[in-house]
Ligand binder design. Structure first.
Ligand SMILES: Cc1ncc(COP(=O)(O)O)c(C=O)c1O
Length: 394
């Protein structure tokens, strides 16, 4: 993001802002697609940044939609329902029923548990639809099913005539850094798929989340290039075995995002120079950052004619009432003034949902007070957050 743009539009940035460079985004997607060739389809895991769904619709094959909040975003934006893979560790009966009643076999579903499988079957019977389902295989976490559960579903498949298994869903974990693991994963997944009873493996595919990493910090070892190369090579070999849809979030969108925040106050404690900005750590999130121990990718944009040429050591703090709200610790800057801007880069993924509360467009919890005299008193209803996480021209 160039400084000139910010300086020319200073009045727009009275409040902190995210800027998503959609040109950079679509260029990047074209580049990824070039590497994938015909070896794999591309799925965007929209949890990484729900604002970009509509922009990405023409450029990707499918969306991994991980909650009903995310599903509402897609519905409201008029996303082509045939592009949706309805995933997520928690799917309740009433939500599943509503979606199946309305969209039936147009969308693809994932079953992450035996209960999901049963709920999908019940809905398919009730609404007379044949549903396409990926069975999610756990990589050791709470997400997905064990091999034994998946095998038992397949063994009893004749009892579920209205569910059609289309393949295996597998996510390796985000920010993966071990390049040799892609080939190994495919080998194991292929073996597993072929072992499944009563299924024709030639009709199955993999929905595979490779967790490609982003190199956020200058001081860290770099992984982006080795991991992408390893993935593309593994996919080329895999193309001869089973079709794959590559499910990516962070790697697709991180680099298109920038966060602009303004310096609102400065102070000096002996040699310590402190700037307070109008944003903070609740709005900028770098995976692997801990208590500002690492330096994130950022620029200082001066708004005053240079007064001092020598650099000073600055600590850049946010506006939260916590000592941990430090965005950058001890960085060398010169000519720092109130009204200057900081631009943080690589914040396109997992930042815009402004802290964990808006992540995945889940509803905010209700709040109760408790006292012995009054018992439980509700002081806030549950709040839908999905309208906050979608782009609409203002
Ligand atoms: C099932 C699934 N697929 C894809 C992703 C996206 O991961 P990443 O942003 O590392 O690409 C996630 C992230 O949590 C996920 O849970």
């Amino acid at each position: 993001m160039n400084s000139k743009l910010i300086l020319e539009h200073q009045d727009l940035f009275e409040h902190a802002a995210y800027i998503f460079d959609v040109d950079a985004l679509t260029d990047h997607i074209s580049e990824v697609r070039k590497h994938l060739n015909s070896n794999a389809k591309l799925c965007y895991a929209m949890k990484a940044n729900p604002f970009l769904v509509k922009v990405l619709e023409p450029h990707i094959d499918t969306f991994e939609v991980c909650s009903f909040g995310e599903f509402h975003i897609c519905e409201d934006l008029g996303i082509d329902m045939s592009k949706i893979v309805l995933s997520g560790v928690f799917k309740g009966k009433s939500d599943i029923d509503k979606v199946v009643e309305k969209y039936g076999s147009t969308i693809v579903y994932t079953a992450e548990s035996l209960r999901h499988w049963e709920l999908l079957f019940a809905a398919s019977q009730e609404f007379n639809a044949t549903l396409n389902v990926y069975l999610r295989l756990s990589s050791g976490s709470q997400f997905g099913m064990s091999k034994a559960d998946i095998t038992s579903i397949c063994e009893n498949i004749s009892q579920y005539p209205s569910l059609n298994i289309v393949g295996i869903h597998y996510f390796v974990g985000t920010q993966r850094k071990a390049a040799t693991k892609y080939e190994r994963d495919f080998r194991k997944l292929n073996e597993f798929v072929i072992s499944l009873p009563y299924l024709d493996s030639s009709k199955l595919s993999l929905e595979y989340g490779p967790g490609l990493p982003i190199d956020y910090f200058e001081e860290d070892e770099k992984f982006e290039d080795v991991m992408t190369t390893a993935l593309y090579e593994a996919l080329e070999k895999q193309a001869k075995v089973l079709p794959v849809t590559v499910e990516l979030g962070r790697y697709l969108v991180a680099n298109c995002g920038h966060y602009v925040t303004r310096i609102e106050d400065i102070k000096h404690h002996r040699d310590l120079h402190i700037a307070i900005v109008n944003g903070g750590m609740h709005q900028v999130n770098y995976f692997g950052q801990s208590m500002a121990m690492k330096t994130p990718p950022f620029k200082h944009i001066e708004t005053h004619v240079s007064q001092r040429d020598e650099t000073e050591s600055w600590t850049l703090c946010g506006a939260l009432c916590t000592t941990s709200d430090i965005l950058v610790k001890s960085c060398e800057l010169k000519n720092v003034n109130i009204g200057d801007f900081l631009i943080f880069d690589k914040v396109g993924a997992y930042s815009v949902t402004e802290g964990i509360a808006l992540f995945l467009s889940r509803d905010l919890p209700q709040v109760y007070f408790y006292s012995e005299a009054k018992g439980l008193t509700k002081v806030r209803n549950s709040i839908e957050t999905y309208p906050l996480n979608m782009a609409k021209e203002q």
